[in-house]
Design a protein around this ligand. Structure first.
Ligand code: GSH
Length: 244
């Protein structure tokens, strides 16, 4: 079998990885034990690189077209897939062993993905602010432009310290308290009890993002929530996906 190719975006951090959406196929590929190589692309170069390989565009919130990572190219089938959820769906159909949508759960996990985004999206502005700090200058400039446009807000809304940042923290903690309640309803460490699924990958990949871009004391704050649930979940998912 030839290795699949994952297009991910890089950073100044050792090991490059930071971005939650490309992390999801990385974890899914690792869980299924499929061989893959990663092509690390500067954020400012995503459109150029993905256009050159003929990747599909997605719609931004304002309706404009954008090239985004992750993209997965599978030389075994000739498939070229854009969007983390579509990649998960493709991997499951093409390589059904070690299911990430067990017990016919794809429809429900798609709903979970949407609920997760709605819950956390309003609370991550300061994390996007920190993300620009781990990028090369050209990528940071591009990132600041597109994220300000997405939220329709000036960049200082993402970087301001003090009460505005504290309000974001409180919103994020509240979101994770809600998610903790969801996990508490499951009899096991995964959201589907003892059955691991792509839903746990979704949660872990966002926690990974926080761990990679936040300052040490900020990451420690997240680690203190819900009895350490989120750092532990990330460790468990990394292990399950052979990425520890
Ligand atoms: N729904 C998409 C979102 C992907 C996405 O927003 N990717 C970001 C990196 S995490 C990106 O490539 N952005 C490029 C841009 O906004 O121009 C997915 O999950 O694949």
């Amino acid at each position: 079998m030839q290795p699949l190719v994952l297009y991910d975006t890089t950073s100044k951090l050792p090991g490059n990885q930071w971005s939650p959406n490309p992390a999801k196929p990385r974890f899914a590929l690792g869980y299924k034990g499929l061989p893959f190589v990663t092509i690390w692309v500067e954020y400012s170069e995503i459109a150029t690189v993905l256009k050159s390989i003929g990747a599909k565009q997605i719609k931004r919130l304002d309706g404009s077209d954008a090239y985004t990572v992750p993209v997965v190219s599978d030389p075994n089938t000739g498939a070229l897939i854009t969007d983390s959820l579509e990649i998960a769906s493709y991997l499951e159909k093409t390589y059904p062993e070690k299911p990430i949508f067990p017990n016919n759960s794809e429809a429900l996990i798609r709903a979970f993905d949407s609920a997760y985004k709605t819950l956390t999206f309003p609370a991550v502005k300061f994390i996007l602010g920190r993300t620009a700090e781990i990028m090369s200058p050209d990528s940071a400039k591009f990132f600041i432009g597109v994220r300000s446009k997405d939220f329709n807000l000036p960049w200082d809304e993402f970087t301001s310290e003090g009460p505005k940042r504290e309000a974001q923290w409180e919103l994020l903690e509240k979101a994770y308290n809600t998610m903790y309640d969801w996990y508490q309803k499951s009899n096991g460490k995964w959201i589907m009890g003892d059955t691991f699924s792509y839903a746990d990958i979704i949660v872990a990949c966002f926690v990974l993002w926080y761990k990679r871009v936040l300052k040490e004391d900020e990451w420690a704050r997240i680690c203190s929530w819900n009895g350490g649930k989120w750092a532990q979940l990330l460790t468990d998912v990394e292990k399950e996906c052979n990425l520890a």
